[in-house]
Design a protein around this ligand. Structure first.
Ligand code: UD2
Length: 352
C-alpha cells in the first residue's frame, strides 16, 4: 500500500514538473506572438481560435486579394536615380517604388485605424484649416483616420467637413512663452495620448507639423513599424554637415562621422508601440537634459535623430513626404506629398 502511494506521489510530482516546464517555455521562450496579438485588427481578435493558433501581425502577413490587376513588378527595372533601400534593408519610399492599388487592397481588409497628431498652439492655429482640408483630400483617403488637434485656442479650431470613418478630436493644452518648449513638449503629449486613448482603437500613428499642407497621396505605402522621414534640407549633404546635437553632454549627442540620415521632427510615425517607445525615450532624454541645464540644438528633433540612429526605422520616407514650399523641387522628387508652408517666424512665434 505504502509503495503504491509513493509511486502515485512520484507520478504526480513528475507530471507537475512537466507541466511547469511547458508553461515556462510558453511564457519565457516564446513571448513574441503574445506581444503582437494586442495589435491585431478587431475582426481577427474577435475570431481568435484556440490558444495554439499563432496570431497574424499587420507587418508580417500581407494578404492580397486574388485576381487583383496591377502592373507587373520587376527586380531589374525601376527607379535608378535614387537609393530605395537603407544599409539595414529598410525600404526608402519614393514615387515609382510601390503600387498604391496593391497596397490599399492589402490593408483595406485589415480595417486599420490611423491616428494623426497635430499641434496648433498660439498663432500656429492659422495653419490648421489648410492642414485639415488637404488631409481630407490626400491623407489615407478611404481609411479610418482620427486626427487629434492639440491647441490652447479650442474655440478657433475650424469646422472642416470630414468623410465617413474620419474624425477629429480637440485637446486643450496650455500656451507657452517659448516656441522651443511647445515643439519639445509634443513628445510628452504623444506618449500620454497613446497610453490614455489610442491603445483602445488605433493601430498606427503619425505625428505631423501643422504649418504644412498635403499636395499628394500619403497612404498605406507609409505604414511600418517605425517610420522616419528624410529632412529635405540635408539629404544630399555629407553627414558632418547634419545639424545633429554635437555637445557630448547632451543625451541627443551624435558624434562627427556617425549617424545615418537627418530625419525631420515634423513628420514621423509607425505602429503605436514603436512610436510610444520613441516618444517616451525622447521625452525622458529631453527632460533629463533640461535638469542638467542643456537644450539640444533642435529640441525634440535632435533627440529623435539620436533615437533613430540607434533604433533603425523599419521604413524610411523620402523627402516627398516633407518638402518645404520655399525650396524649388529637386529632379528626383517626382511628387511633393506634404510640404511646409512659408512662414514668418518673427510674426508667429511667441519668442525669437
Ligand atoms: C523644425 C521641425 C519641427 C521641430 C523644430 C525643432 C520640420 C519640418 N520641422 O521646424 O518639427 O522639430 O524644427 O523644434 O522638420 N508649434 C506651435 N506653436 C508655436 C510653435 C510651434 O503650435 O508657437 C508647433 C507646430 O505644430 C509646429 C511645430 O510645433 O508645426 C514645430 O515648430 P516650428 O514649425 O516653428 O519649427 P521649425 O519650423 O523650426
Amino acid at each position: 500500500m505504502m509503495n503504491l502511494m509513493n509511486s502515485k506521489a512520484a507520478t504526480v510530482i513528475l507530471l507537475s514538473a512537466l507541466l511547469l516546464g511547458v508553461l515556462y517555455c510558453y511564457v519565457y521562450l516564446f513571448p513574441y506572438p503574445r506581444a503582437v496579438i494586442s495589435f491585431e485588427p478587431d475582426d481577427i481578435r474577435q475570431e481568435a481560435g484556440p490558444a495554439d493558433v499563432i496570431p497574424v501581425s499587420y507587418e508580417i502577413h500581407l494578404v492580397a486579394p486574388e485576381h487583383l490587376k496591377y502592373e507587373q513588378p520587376s527586380i531589374v527595372q525601376g527607379r535608378s536615380d535614387v537609393v530605395t533601400v537603407t544599409p539595414w534593408l529598410a525600404p526608402v519610399v519614393w514615387e515609382g517604388t510601390f503600387s498604391p492599388v496593391l497596397l490599399d487592397s492589402i490593408y483595406k481588409p485589415k480595417n486599420i485605424s490611423v491616428a494623426a497628431t497635430v499641434f496648433a498652439v498660439g498663432k500656429y492655429i492659422m495653419f490648421l484649416k489648410n492642414f485639415l482640408e488637404t488631409a481630407e483630400q490626400h491623407f489615407f483617403v478611404g481609411f479610418r483616420v482620427h486626427i487629434y488637434v492639440f491647441t490652447d485656442r479650442p474655440t478657433e479650431v475650424p469646422q472642416v467637413k470630414m468623410a465617413a470613418g474620419r474624425q477629429l478630436t480637440v485637446r486643450s493644452v496650455p500656451s507657452s512663452k517659448r516656441w522651443q518648449e511647445i515643439s519639445a513638449r509634443r513628445m510628452e503629449l504623444i506618449q500620454t495620448l497613446i497610453e490614455e486613448e489610442l491603445r483602445k482603437h488605433s493601430d498606427y500613428i503619425f505625428c505631423l507639423d501643422v504649418d504644412s499642407k498635403f499636395h499628394g497621396r500619403w497612404g498605406t505605402e507609409s505604414l511600418g513599424g517605425l517610420v522616419a522621414v528624410i529632412h529635405p534640407g540635408y539629404y544630399r549633404d555629407d553627414r558632418s554637415n547634419f545639424p545633429y546635437e554635437r555637445r557630448p553632454e547632451s543625451r541627443a549627442y551624435v558624434a562627427y562621422g556617425e549617424g545615418d540620415f537627418y530625419y525631420c521632427g515634423g513628420a514621423f510615425g509607425g505602429l503605436l508601440q514603436e512610436v510610444h517607445l520613441l516618444a517616451k525615450t525622447c521625452r525622458y532624454n529631453f527632460e533629463a537634459d533640461a535638469k542638467d541645464g542643456i537644450e539640444a540644438a533642435w529640441q525634440e528633433e535632435s533627440h529623435l535623430n539620436r533615437y533613430m540612429w540607434i533604433n533603425k526605422p523599419s521604413k524610411v520616407l523620402s523627402p516627398e513626404y516633407l518638402w518645404q514650399d520655399f525650396k524649388p523641387r529637386n529632379s528626383e522628387v517626382h511628387v511633393i506629398r506634404f510640404s511646409g508652408v512659408v512662414k514668418n517666424y518673427a510674426e508667429i512665434r511667441p519668442n525669437v
